[in-house]
Design a protein around this ligand. Structure first.
Ligand code: G3H
Ligand code: 13P
Ligand code: ZN
Length: 330
């Protein structure tokens, strides 16, 4: 058993308390490899922002959970070396079983998500409460989920959103003891969050997706005032980056994300954690494609992964300052 405290990590409790009071959200960025981790830490150190490093089941399979744990430990030391020790949470994203959450806690994670949203309400309560009981023994914070996002959540695919029912949140939070709650108000995972026919066009012909259900968020906030809310599926799918991908041989069609102003509005409410993965993937791919297409003789991975890391860092700094509002909150 390795405690996250020995690794220099923190849980999310205090960060969320401050974020709610301060009207901003903590960035939760997924990572699978060294370049992503470095870009996240460089961006957070430069902006003095706290950060949640997220590891999905897919990331664990890809990179190995021991390596990821040492990378998070390395991230703590790397931040110090860069000159500013930002608070870093190591969080399991979309944990689907008690055993997985337990294993991550034993490996040094400071926070876990138990996503029971594909189960019945009662099964979700039972599973989440079991994880909370175990996690809290080790001062590890737990995120639960109510409602189902449209799109793919790990292996679970949902055609339509099942919005979170505000009537359920008090009961869920009190029966499970969770520290934060992910809700479904119209965001979804991936780069194709809306079909063009669901969108309208603004004066410049740019597609505008339907707004998030702030009415549901407000009802939830009224029922559990001051309780930390989490938004998954919050990539905005930057169109300049999509254009670079498509210019240099990629094929991303009808890629539409959540407008940044809406996320900013959410961040100023009880939403205190915003999950962003796809935008990072897009920024990395755009930079790699550009180098490989414009410098075809290049074969040193550092020559395309380096620019990818720089592009990612620029993206994260932009998110921290303009979307999350977590600049100088570390
Ligand atoms: O919520 C999903 C995250 O974007 C992680 O995606 O399972 O492909 O690593 P992944
Ligand atoms: P995006 O696919 O919108 O980046 O969402 C990521 C996420 O919710 C990770 O849990
Ligand atoms: Zn998610």
């Amino acid at each position: 058993m390795t405690s996250y405290k020995e690794l220099g990590l923190v849980n999310s409790k205090e960060l969320f308390d401050k974020a709610i009071k301060g009207g901003y959200a903590i960035p939760a960025f997924n990572f699978n490899n060294m370049e992503q981790m470095q870009a996240i830490i460089q961006a957070c150190v430069e902006t003095h922002s706290p950060v949640i490093l997220q590891v999905s089941s897919g990331a664990r399979k890809y990179a190995n959970q021991t390596i990821l744990r040492y990378m998070a430990q390395g991230a703590v030391e790397y931040a110090k070396e860069l000159g500013y020790s930002v608070p870093i949470v190591l969080h399991l994203d979309h944990g689907d079983t008690f055993e997985l959450c337990k294993s991550c806690i034993e490996y040094g994670f400071s926070s876990v998500m138990i996503d029971g949203s594909s189960h019945s309400y009662n099964e979700n309560v039972e599973l989440t409460a079991k994880v909370v009981e175990y996690a809290h023994k080790y001062d590890v914070t737990v995120e639960g989920e109510l409602g189902v996002l449209a799109g793919v959540e790990d292996e679970v695919q949902a055609e339509h959103h099942t919005y979170t029912q505000p009537e359920e949140v008090e009961d869920f939070v009190s029966k499970t003891g969770v520290d934060s709650l992910a809700i479904s108000i119209g965001t979804s995972h991936g780069a194709n969050k809306f079909k063009p026919e669901q969108c309208t066009r603004d004066a410049n012909g740019v597609l505008v997706p339907p707004p998030l259900r702030f009415d549901i968020l407000e009802k939830i906030e009224k029922r559990i005032p001051g309780f930390p809310i989490v938004l998954h599926g919050s990539s905005s799918v930057p169109q300049d980056q999509v254009a670079i991908i498509n210019k240099y041989g990629g094929c991303m069609k009808d890629a539409i994300g959540i407008p940044e102003e809406q996320l900013r509005r959410a961040a100023s409410s009880a939403v205190c954690k915003i999950n962003i993965d796809s935008d990072g993937r897009i920024a990395m791919t755009a930079a790699v494609r550009e180098v490989l297409a414009t410098k075809p003789a290049e074969f040193d991975p550092r020559k395309y992964l380096g620019p990818a890391r720089d592009n990612l860092k620029t993206l994260y700094i932009h998110k921290i300052i303009n979307v999350l509002g977590s600049v100088n909150k570390g």
